[in-house]
Design a binder for this molecule. Structure first.
Ligand SMILES: Nc1ncnc2c1ncn2[C@@H]1O[C@H](COP(=O)(O)OP(=O)(O)O)[C@@H](O)[C@H]1O
Ligand SMILES: O=P(O)(O)OC[C@H]1O[C@](O)(COP(=O)(O)O)[C@@H](O)[C@@H]1O
Length: 329
């Protein structure tokens, strides 16, 4: 019988985390389960920083970005002592289960705790990067795309007016999901992301030739290259400078950064978060352990937490081929 469940948000915050917390609290109340919210990610377990979450605490939060529980990265959890201490906190507070809302890193943290914990643990995928296996989309990704798109559309106006090349840097440390998706939707002429291979200074000619073709043959007045972070030595600003020198045309870099993590979650993220938060609680009641609540083909599914980061989630090969062979030529 599950009576008390802890919940925390960990790693990069993502729009929709609040909607997930709300669904967890409301579903918990329906099953007569007490929900205890830990603040600042796993740090809340180590610092005894928690509060009981009642339905009234999650009123009017579905529309807000960020997370009412705060999020953080927790260095201590990378040590066996930290994981043991976190598990001891869960036992001491008599928690039957823990819900971790975060990315595959947070799920690795949860698995470290599980080595010392007798209760159940379930994950809910929350990260703008969409780099978690076992779910088509993560909570926050859809909002991040719209935020990036809004910026790309605006940059297009000034790029066109000034007949400039713009490089727009988007987030995703290890994954090009945001970059490919926002690049396709924003009509970017070129896309640079980890899945297409690292770009080195000596490879610049592969970028330059299509730019020249577009300008000479098609008379393009604006040209947008979206770039995933960490794609070029020295960063996107260095890449813009190198391109300016090579092409003799003004290139500008725009780093969107953490803007992509904020804002009111779009409908798709609120719906996904509500579904997965509720499903996580219902599956805990049914005995799920060390699983992630995901959604595949609109169906809520359980997926082993240990496999959520085991292989690199594939970005859409059809769009990759189209972008590389048709859109960027
Ligand atoms: N291998 C690991 N062992 C223990 N804890 C981990 C491990 N990887 C990540 N964590 C915990 O999860 C937190 C968030 O991980 P991170 O990769 O930054 O974000 P995300 O969950 O969004 O992928 C880390 O700060 C750490 O506390
Ligand atoms: O906020 P920080 O610590 O600068 O981290 C930035 C990173 O966090 C993210 O926004 C989200 O990543 P995670 O969800 O894996 O934490 C990445 O896109 C970005 O590289």
């Amino acid at each position: 019988m599950i009576k008390r469940v802890g919940v925390l948000t960990s790693g990069g915050d993502a729009p929709g985390m609040n909607a997930a917390i709300r669904a967890i609290v409301l579903t918990g109340a329906a099953y007569n389960i007490d929900i205890i919210g830990f603040r600042h990610g796993f740090n809340g377990l180590l610092d005894d920083d928690y509060q009981t979450l009642l339905p009234q605490h999650v009123q009017n939060i579905i529309q807000h970005g960020g997370t009412i529980l705060k999020s953080a990265r927790c260095k201590a959890l990378h040590t066996p002592e930290g994981a043991k201490q976190a598990a001891e906190a869960l036992q001491r507070l008599q928690l039957d289960a823990l819900v971790v809302i975060g990315g595959d890193g947070s799920f690795r943290g949860a698995l470290a705790i599980a080595e010392h914990y007798h209760g159940q643990i379930i994950g809910v995928p929350g990260t703008i990067d969409n780099d978690v296996d076992g779910t088509d989309y993560t909570i926050g990704f859809a909002t991040a795309i719209d935020t990036a798109l809004d910026a790309i559309d605006k940059i297009r106006d000034t790029a066109d007016a000034f007949e400039r090349i713009f490089l727009v840097e988007l987030m995703g440390r290890h994954s090009g999901y945001i970059t490919l998706s926002a690049g396709i939707a924003g009509g970017a002429e070129q896309i640079i992301c980890p899945e297409f291979g690292a770009l080195q200074p000596e490879d610049l000619k592969t970028l330059i030739a299509p730019v020249q073709r577009a300008q000479l043959l098609r008379g393009k007045s604006s040209y947008i290259i979206v770039v995933a972070e960490n794609s070029y030595p020295g960063g996107t600003t260095a890449l813009a400078e190198a391109l300016s020198t090579a092409l003799g045309i003004e290139c500008r870099a725009c780093i969107l950064g953490h803007i992509q993590r904020g804002g009111s979650p779009v409908g798709a993220d609120r719906i996904l978060a509500t579904k997965l938060g509720a499903y996580a609680i219902e599956q805990l009641v049914l005995g799920a352990n060390l699983m992630m609540a995901g959604e595949i083909n609109q169906q809520a599914v359980l997926y082993p937490m240990a496999q959520t980061g085991a292989k690199k989630k594939q970005i859409d090969p059809y769009l990759v081929r189209w972008q590389q062979t048709i859109a960027s030529d």
